[in-house]
Design a protein around this ligand. Structure first.
Ligand code: SF4
Ligand code: SF4
Length: 316
């Protein structure tokens, strides 16, 4: 029996997460709740509906979702338009979305077998070979579905396809070990070095992540570290110095490159589709001076002997 995973997006021809031209699979479920997350649909592990109210053609004109929903009052309408989806009672069956004629209800997540994923991945094998690309698995946290990722990567390696795992590393090392033998490249984040602040802004402390990154640095595996630089949250001198100390002293600077990803307001519509408020809506900052600050931070890391670039380039 083929292992199944819950995938919420597959992007072909991506160039940001790993070398060359890649197919990137995004898996559902994440132990973190980063306030700056631009993929809120990744967070819950199960399949769930996203509601795009403006696309609805109206309850009177259609009403298909309400008619097929097995639960009473999950889909709530006001003045002919959907206003709310009672998520606690929704069972994620997605018959509403399947019957919606206007894409007003879309499914966040779909069960897929390794074989189904491989069929999509193999379509672009020639591009991977030409560009030095391959497959990246991201999330969410893909290691919440480590058995699925392991099977998928194993199949990729049988096809001689480069594999990249993008992980928060906020999972037990046992899950990491399932996947590492079939992984060519790891991408992970250093979000905040102070664990109390890490908990405030991501929902979890950083002890497990630090421990796993230390273990990883002892393995012979290419690693890209990233700092998602968020104004007023982790761009202060204390955090930047502590990040450099950690990379040098605890990871022995054993990374390919440190990438600084400047904060962008992304994913606002997806938060709305999930009935959630965008957590960063009150963040105020000046984009040009923030961007200069990010460049300065990169200079600081490079002066400390840590190869650092702004953006997702690797400098190769
Ligand atoms: S996913 Fe199923 S239970 Fe949830 S709103 Fe749609 S039809 Fe109803
Ligand atoms: S099925 Fe779609 S278009 Fe029809 S009432 Fe429901 S949300 Fe609106």
């Amino acid at each position: 029996m083929s292992t199944e995973g819950i995938v919420f997006n597959i992007q072909r021809f991506t160039i940001h997460d790993g070398p060359g031209m890649r197919t990137e699979l995004f898996l559902k479920g994440c132990p973190l709740r980063c306030r700056w997350c631009s993929n809120p649909e990744s967070q819950k592990p199960g399949i769930e509906p996203g509601l795009y109210k403006k696309k609805c053609i109206g309850l009177k004109q259609c009403g298909a979702c309400k008619a097929v929903c097995p639960k009473d009052n999950v889909l709530q309408f006001f003045r002919n338009k959907p206003v709310r989806l009672e998520r606690a009672d929704c069972q994620g069956c997605m018959v509403c979305g399947d019957n919606c004629p206007s894409d007003a209800i879309r499914s966040w997540g779909k069960k897929m077998s390794v074989q189904e994923c491989m069929e999509i991945i193999l379509r672009d094998k020639g591009y991977y070979e030409e560009s030095g690309g391959g497959v990246t698995v991201s999330g969410g946290e893909p290691l919440l579905q480590a058995d699925f990722v392991r099977e998928l990567f194993k199949r990729c390696k049988e096809e001689n396809i480069h594999t990249c795992l993008e992980s928060t590393f906020s999972v037990s090392w046992n899950e990491v070990e399932k996947v590492l033998p079939y992984t060519d490249l790891v991408i992970s984040d250093l979000k905040l070095m102070n664990s109390t602040k890490h908990r405030v802004y991501t929902g979890v402390g950083n002890e497990l992540i630090r421990e796993n990154l230390k273990k990883l640095s002892g393995q012979n595996i290419d690693t890209i570290l990233r700092i998602p630089v968020i104004p007023h949250i982790n761009d202060d001198e204390e955090n930047i110095k502590a990040s450099a100390d950690f990379i040098k002293e605890e990871l022995n600077n054993n990374i390919e490159v440190l990438q600084l990803l400047s904060f962008m307001r992304l994913g606002i519509e997806k938060y709305e589709s999930l009935g959630q408020e965008y957590p960063m809506k009150n963040l105020k900052f000046n984009r040009p001076s923030f961007q200069r600050r990010v460049e300065k931070i990169a200079e600081y890391f490079n002066e400390r002997g840590i190869k650092c670039l702004v953006g997702t380039r690797t400098g190769k």
